[in-house]
Design a protein. Structure first.
Length: 588
């Protein structure tokens, strides 16, 4: 009979602690990296247009107004509700919304790691985390876009479907439907796309694994039920507040006009030529087709490093960087096309369908969810939109790469000699290049010099305390806020024709008397614009804000009857109600 001594017990506990720490190390790295990277940027930069479109209307919700009934909004109201609740709890400031977004992004990063850990392994799971941190955004890195919030719920829905695939428990598709419904609250089109991808995932699983049609119908109905719980709740809120008809009418006009005026297609294939020409890795591959082992690997590694150096040094040759960035625009559709082609090829080789799903089911579900989130921007390829939906694509890509990578425990000698490591280096090339291009495009422009942030001047505005911006941006924003607050009171209405000026409703704490957030927003009927001009003719607004450019000369002439020019900051002009008009307004 074995005797367990105190020393053995202590040793066992010590080994368990070491094992737990070893297992948790990549997670702690992901958390620390997220806290540092997002912590650097969460209070830097100021997107005035974004404030006008996402934060100013959230304050209107806080004041009791209802989206679509009282003001027009191009998305479902999830982002407005989140920020209204945050401001109610912690104060009506920009910092409140930034801290809330910081929490969402950290949660998203940890969930991304968890999914990677489940689909690959704990160290390979850091690949999508690193790529996401290399691409925190484009120019405006930390603004409150709906995509920044909905990705969390999209990934949570993916996790639920992976649990369903593993356990066969229907409750997971119900919870998945609830999460997809939460996505719908932030962007209705993304929610609809995810409903489609979820139904396809369920149908593919049940068909490939030989389940009965009844099982398929039940799973889809439960998934749809979870989604409808959220969607019907939103509809009920809108009906109760007499806003559903207004929302549907606006969305119908908005969708048609948006697709015509705001779509940004993929770059022309010719844009890629400088990158393809300058990529030494491709030239090295062609030159070394007949080389084997160590020489090939060493030369390929040197080519990768040279590529990374050329991206970082592209400051003097901007066309080179644009070509590399164009490669990033083509990256998601290429990955999805390759994965689809590979799946078709494997199935047509006669492999048993259930065996194929057993090996590729989780990857398929991941790809369907990533594709649905990506299709919200496709074929738009402007980095503002594209970067915000890349994390799920990075996850899908990392899983594809990991399935082709050999173990990383063979040592440097094996790295430079094994044919399997040749494949590893080839697959590692896009990972490294994606990371370096992201650093060059997203990170480097945020610095004036070595580790000197471009945004380092704190806003001297009550609602902007703690937000750091460039000196020029601070002068513009503070000058406009001061001009408005000196010439109006908190109860006065103001109206901005200028897109950037729409942020002044929030920053200067003044009210908007119209249903407009942006004058040039899409999906707005002519009669609604006429109503705004009538409001101005009736002198309801104390101040009018206009961008002082030739294109707005007609507007400036129109308001000149009742308003005087009282000041201009940069290219934004402010007009105040004439004294005689003010007296008439008071009399009325």
């Amino acid at each position: 009979m074995a005797v367990v001594t105190l020393e053995d017990d202590a040793s066992s506990r010590s080994e368990e602690r070491v094992s737990v720490l070893k297992e948790a190390t990549p997670l702690l790295i992901a958390l620390a990296a997220g806290l540092v990277c997002y912590g650097i940027f969460f209070n830097r930069g100021l997107g005035l247009s974004v404030i006008g479109y996402s934060i100013a209307p959230a304050e209107r919700v806080l004041q009791g107004e209802v989206p679509y009934r009282d003001f027009l909004f191009n998305y479902t109201p999830g982002i407005l509700w989140v920020n209204a609740l945050l401001m109610k709890a912690f104060g009506t400031t920009l910092m409140t919304t930034r801290v809330g977004l910081f929490a969402f992004k950290i949660a998203t990063l940890l969930l991304l790691y968890h999914l990677g850990r489940r689909l690959i392994n704990r160290w390979a799971a850091l690949v999508p985390v690193v790529l996401t941190l290399a691409w925190p955004g484009h120019q405006q890195l930390f603004n409150v876009y709906p995509d920044q919030y909905l990705i969390l719920f999209g990934l949570a829905g993916l996790l639920c479907f992976l649990n369903y695939d593993k356990s066969n428990e229907t409750r997971w598709v119900l919870i998945g439907g609830l999460n997809v419904g939460a996505v719908f609250l932030f962007k209705y089109n993304v929610g609809v796309l995810l409903v489609g991808s979820g139904c396809i995932a369920i149908a593919a699983r049940e068909w490939l694994t030989g389940k009965r049609a009844g099982r398929l119908a039940k799973s889809i109905l439960v998934f749809a039920g979870g989604f409808l719980i959220v969607a019907i709740s939103l509809a009920g809120y809108l009906v109760y507040n007499h806003a559903l008809g207004a929302m549907l009418n606006h969305f119908l006009h908005h969708a048609a006009e948006y697709s015509e005026t705001r779509s940004v297609g993929l770059p022309s294939p010719g844009t890629l030529l400088p990158a393809v020409t300058l990529l030494p890795a491709f030239a090295a591959a062609l030159a070394m087709l007949f080389l084997r082992g160590r020489v090939f690997n060493l030369l390929w590694l040197a080519a990768i490093l040279f590529d990374c150096w050329s991206v970082i040094e592209s400051t003097t040759g901007k066309v080179d960087l644009d070509a590399y960035v164009a490669c990033v625009a083509y990256f998601p559709p290429l990955i999805f096309a390759l994965a689809f082609g590979l799946a078709i090829w494997q199935l047509r080789r006669g492999r048993q369908r259930d065996a194929w799903w057993r090996d590729n089911g989780a990857l398929t579900i991941t790809g369907l969810f990533a594709l649905a989130l990506y299709l919200e921007v496709f074929p738009r390829a402007d980095l503002y939109h594209l970067v915000r939906v890349l994390p799920p694509v990075f996850l899908f890509f990392a899983v594809l790469v990991a399935r082709s990578m050999p173990p990383l425990s063979s040592g440097l000698r094996r790295l430079v000699s094994s044919p399997r490591w040749t494949a590893s280096l080839i697959f590692a090339t896009p990972v490294l290049l994606l990371m370096v291009i992201g650093i060059r495009d997203a990170w480097m422009p945020e610095f004036d010099g070595a580790f000197h942030f471009r945004d380092n001047r704190e806003l001297a505005i009550e609602r902007g305390r703690g937000i750091l911006v460039e000196e020029k941006q601070a002068e513009l924003t503070e000058g406009l806020v001061r001009l408005i607050q000196d010439n109006s009171s908190p109860d006065d209405y103001i109206f901005s024709f200028a897109q950037r000026g729409s942020a002044l409703y929030f920053l200067a704490a003044r009210r908007n008397p119209t249903r407009f957030l942006w004058w040039r927003s899409v999906g707005i009927a002519a009669e609604e614009r006429d109503a705004v001009m009538t409001m101005i003719a009736n002198r309801r607004a104390k101040l009018i804000i206009v961008q002082d450019i030739t294109a707005n000369k007609e507007i400036q002439d129109y308001i000149g009857t009742n308003y005087n020019h009282i000041g201009t900051v940069a290219d934004i002009a402010v007009y105040g109600l004439r004294p005689d008009a003010s007296e008439k307004l008071a009399a009325n």
